[in-house]
Design a protein around this ligand. Structure first.
Ligand SMILES: Nc1nc2c(ncn2[C@@H]2O[C@H](COP(=O)(O)OP(=O)(O)OP(=O)(O)O)[C@@H](O)[C@H]2O)c(=O)[nH]1
Ligand SMILES: [Mg+2]
Length: 317
């Protein structure tokens, strides 16, 4: 078989691809907090892998999301928003995840909000290594009401840095995401795939469980709760069940910094904590195809985000 023919036909992807025709590459997604990196990762992978919220510092680890289509295997690395303000142990860990993810990649998606380029964006741009192509992804295009305003800004961006390409998108618009995928495909070297065709992430179900609880925590508390809260999974056990194909028992602790924060998380008569648990359970049941039982606790650990040992013990590298 002529491998070139395979490459020409991305729709021919549901069977095995001959190794000689396979393309595979690593694509880092970086940017300042809250620009929509994780929303984009999920859209590119076609499934929710990485949690998202309106709060900054939602992503706290490098998270791999994989998409295999036709001859192409895209290995995306979502990263935390780069922190420029406070040098806490947690922030240092977040930034380490960013700097660790940008070397040895085939292409970088540098995500900014369309029409905006701020000092925090410039700091991220400075981290990028010469020699690796950078695509400027101008996200949240749907929030730009006067499209005419965007043209001069795009020109300004082209002058700022020799971006390989500039791709304006809305992560919430499937046709934009498809267009971005097609651009990314051009940067995948020809080499055998690194992951199985059906693999979506390198993260365990236990890790995802902690992330989903943290997402519900962030979404249901909003601005009231500072970002210095985290979730630790104490138990993640698959148990035999006569009624269900899979039954998973999870216990998790939400760690906050102050008694006042604990009260916010628990809510009136425990209502909020209950809702966090219910929403997390429903989402995890779908994600894992299992019946899930989840038990949540709240613990106060003052100053944990600035305590190197504690930050490590809570699973941050
Ligand atoms: N209107 C609009 N909102 C978006 C778009 N992409 C992301 N968002 C929203 O922006 C917020 C932040 O999205 P995330 O994907 O969590 O952003 P992030 O860059 O991963 O944030 P951190 O992990 O905290 O650095 C969420 O409320 C998203 O729903 C978009 O294209 N348009
Ligand atoms: Mg994120």
């Amino acid at each position: 078989m002529n491998p070139e023919e395979e490459v020409q036909d991305p729709a021919a992807g549901d069977g095995a691809q001959p190794e000689a025709a396979q393309h595979c590459g690593l694509i880092a997604i970086v940017g300042k907090p809250n620009v929509g990196k994780s929303t984009l990762l999920n859209a590119l992978v076609g499934q929710k892998i990485s949690i998202t919220s309106r709060k900054a510092q939602t992503t706290r680890h490098r998270i791999t999301g994989i998409r295999t289509e036709g001859p192409n295997q895209f290995v995306f690395a979502d990263t935390p928003g780069f922190q420029t303000r406070h040098g806490t142990a947690l922030n240092r860990s977040l930034n380490k995840a960013v700097t660790g993810a940008i070397s040895d990649v085939d292409v970088v998606l540098f995500v900014v909000e369309a029409g905006r380029f701020q000092p925090a964006d410039a700091q991220v741009l400075k981290l990028l290594k010469p020699g690796i192509p950078v695509l400027l992804v101008a996200n949240k295009l749907d929030t730009v009401h006067r499209r005419a305003d965007i043209a001069p800004w795009l020109q300004e961006m082209q002058q700022r840095h020799p971006f390989a390409e500039i791709v304006p998108v809305s992560a919430k618009q499937p046709k934009d995401v498809k267009r971005l995928m097609d651009v990314c495909a051009r940067y995948l070297p020809r080499q055998p795939w690194w992951y199985g065709e059906d693999e979506l992430t390198d993260r365990s179900e236990k890790f995802l469980a902690g992330e989903v609880v943290r997402e519900k925590l962030f979404r249901l508390t909003g601005e009231e709760l500072p970002y210095t809260s985290t979730v630790v999974i104490d138990k993640f056990e698959e148990e035999p069940s006569p009624k269900h194909d899979r039954f998973v028992r999870i216990a998790a602790t939400i760690v906050v910094e102050r008694d006042g924060h604990k009260a916010i998380v628990i809510g009136d008569k425990g209502e909020r904590l209950k809702r966090i648990g219910t929403e997390a359970r429903q989402e995890l049941e779908k994600l894992m195809g299992a019946k899930v039982f989840i038990e949540l606790w709240v613990k106060v650990r003052g100053g944990w985000a600035d305590d190197e040992a504690r930050v490590k013990s809570f699973g941050y590298e």
